[in-house]
Design a protein around this ligand. Structure first.
Ligand code: HAM
Length: 416
C-alpha cells in the first residue's frame, strides 16, 4: 500500500470548507487593500533562492528540494513566495507601474524538507503578500494590518504581533560586531548550529530555540540600540501607526526571522496560548532584495501565513466555517423502466441548482432509502414504473417522513 509522502497530506472533502473559507477570505481582503493576484511556477532556478533566502539559512542549507531536470538545469521547488514574486516583478518590468506594486497569492504550495510535526509539513500552502516599491513605514503598517485583519476576519482570537527592527546594511556591521563580542566568551556553551552561525550568520544566533542557547539570547544586545537616526525614525513611525490602527504588538529584541533578505521591520503573528508556540505568520521589509536579484534598488515589504497553521488554529479555537453544500435530494428508482427517467430527473434537478445524486442501482427501496439517510439528504425522490407512467414523482421529506406526489417537471420547485 502506498501512503502520501512523509510531511504531505491529502486534503479530503471534509476539510475543503476550511480551505475554501481561508482562500476566499484572504483573496477578498487582499483585493480590498488593492493587492492583485499573482501565481508563479512551483519550481524556479535554484540560484534564485540561494541568493535571496540566503546560503547560510536553514531553508537553503537543509530544507530545499533541489534537482536537476533532464536538460541539466538546477531547479528548486519553491520554499517561500517572496523571491519568486520579486523575480516576476523584475521579469515583467513592473517597476514602470505606479509604486508600490501590491501583489498577493493564495493557496500556493511550498516545499521545505522540515521535520514533520503538527503544523509543520514538507508540502504546505501560503497566503503571501508583497508591496514592492515603497520605503514608507505606512506600507509596513499596511502589510501588518492586512495580516491582522485577515486573522480577525477568519475568527481567530488571542493572537499577538511580535516585532523588531534589524536596521539596514549600514546599521548591521556595528551590531554584528557587538553581537560577536557578546557571544565570543560563550562559544563553548553554544549548540553545534550556533557555533556555526557565529561564523556564517551571527544574526541567527538570536533565533535559536535550543535550551543551551535560549538563556543567552535574553541578554544579547538589542538591534534597536544600533539603528541610525533614519532607521529609528522608520521604526517610530511604524509603531505609532500601529497604535493608531489599534493593532496590539509587543517588541522582542530576539526576533530576526530565518531568511536573510530582511532589513528594518521584522514581525511575526503568534498565538498567545501556551503550547501553541507555532508562529502563524511572519514577514518584514526587504529593501535590498530586488537589487540583489539584478534590479535597481527597490524597497519592499511583505508577509506570509501558512494555511495549514490557520486551519489548525481555526479547529483548535472551534471556529465554525461555512459548510460544504449538503446533498439535498437522492433520486430512488424501482424497476428497470424507471432508471433512465431517474437519471434524467437527477440531471434536471442539478440544472435547476439542486444538489442531487442517484441512489445506487439494483437495490431494494429500503436499501436506497437507507442510502438517502446515510448521505444526509433532505429529500428522497421516488420513481417507480407507476410514477413514470403518470408523469409524477413521490417526494419524501426525510425530516418528518411526509410524502407528496408532484409532476416530474415541478420536482425542482417543490424542493426549493
Ligand atoms: P516564513 O516565516 O518562512 O516566511 O513562513 C511564513 C509562514 O509559512 C509561517 O509563519 C508558517 O505559517 C508557514 N510555514 C512555514 N514553514 C512551514 C512548514 N514547514 N509547514 C507549514 N507551514 C509553514 C516566509 O516564507 C516569507 N517569504 C514571508 C515574507 C513575505 N516575508 C516578506 N514577504
Amino acid at each position: 500500500m502506498f501512503r502520501s509522502p512523509r510531511g504531505t497530506a491529502d486534503i479530503l472533502p471534509a476539510d475543503q470548507p476550511y480551505w475554501r473559507y481561508v482562500e476566499s477570505t484572504a483573496a477578498e481582503l487582499c483585493e480590498r487593500f488593492g493587492y492583485g493576484r499573482i501565481e508563479t511556477p512551483i519550481f524556479e532556478d535554484a540560484k534564485l533562492f540561494n541568493r535571496s533566502v540566503g546560503e547560510a539559512t536553514d531553508i537553503v542549507e537543509k530544507e530545499t528540494y533541489t534537482f536537476k531536470d533532464r536538460g541539466n538545469d538546477e531547479l528548486t521547488l519553491r520554499p517561500e513566495g517572496t523571491a519568486a514574486t520579486c523575480r516576476a516583478y523584475l521579469e515583467h518590468g513592473m517597476h514602470v507601474l505606479p509604486q508600490p506594486v501590491r501583489l498577493y497569492s493564495v493557496n500556493l504550495p511550498m516545499f521545505r524538507y522540515d521535520r514533520p510535526q503538527a503544523g509543520r509539513y514538507r508540502q504546505f500552502h501560503q497566503v503571501n503578500l508583497e508591496a514592492i516599491g515603497s520605503p514608507e513605514a505606512a506600507v509596513d503598517g499596511e502589510v501588518i494590518e492586512v495580516a491582522w485583519r485577515l486573522f480577525a476576519k477568519l475568527g481567530l482570537k488571542n493572537l499577538t504581533v511580535v516585532m523588531n527592527s534589524i536596521g539596514d546594511a549600514s546599521d548591521r556591521p556595528a551590531y554584528i560586531a557587538a553581537l560577536k563580542k557578546f557571544y565570543e566568551p560563550l562559544q563553548s556553551q553554544l549548540c553545534g548550529d550556533c557555533k556555526r552561525r557565529f561564523e556564517t550568520n551571527p544574526l541567527r544566533l538570536l533565533d535559536c530555540k535550543k535550551e543551551t542557547c535560549r538563556p543567552h539570547t535574553e541578554n544579547a544586545p538589542h538591534t534597536l540600540d544600533f539603528l541610525s537616526a533614519t532607521s529609528r525614525a522608520h521604526w517610530d513611525e511604524l509603531t505609532s501607526s500601529l497604535k493608531a490602527l489599534e493593532i496590539p504588538f509587543t517588541s522582542d529584541h530576539r526576533l530576526v526571522r530565518g531568511l536573510d533578505y530582511y532589513t528594518h521591520t521584522v514581525f511575526e503573528v503568534v498565538p498567545q496560548e501556551d503550547g501553541a508556540q507555532s508562529t502563524i505568520g511572519g514577514g518584514g521589509r526587504y529593501d535590498g532584495l530586488i537589487e540583489q536579484l539584478g534590479g535597481k534598488a527597490t524597497p519592499a515589504v511583505g508577509f506570509a501565513t501558512g494555511m495549514e497553521r490557520i486551519i489548525l488554529n481555526l479547529k483548535r479555537q472551534g471556529v465554525t466555517v461555512p459548510g460544504q453544500r449538503p446533498i439535498k435530494a437522492v433520486v430512488l428508482h424501482l424497476g428497470s423502466g424507471a432508471k433512465p427517467h431517474a437519471v434524467s430527473l437527477a440531471s434536471s434537478l442539478r440544472e435547476s441548482g439542486v444538489t442531487a445524486v442517484l441512489a445506487p442501482g439494483g437495490k431494494s427501496l429500503k436499501a436506497q432509502m437507507r442510502y438517502a439517510e446515510s448521505v444526509g439528504a433532505a429529500y428522497a425522490l421516488i420513481l417507480g414504473d407507476d410514477e413514470v407512467r403518470q408523469g409524477v414523482v413521490a417526494v419524501k421529506k426525510m425530516a418528518d417522513g411526509t410524502q407528496q406526489q408532484v409532476a416530474i417537471g415541478e420536482a425542482a420547485r417543490a424542493l426549493l
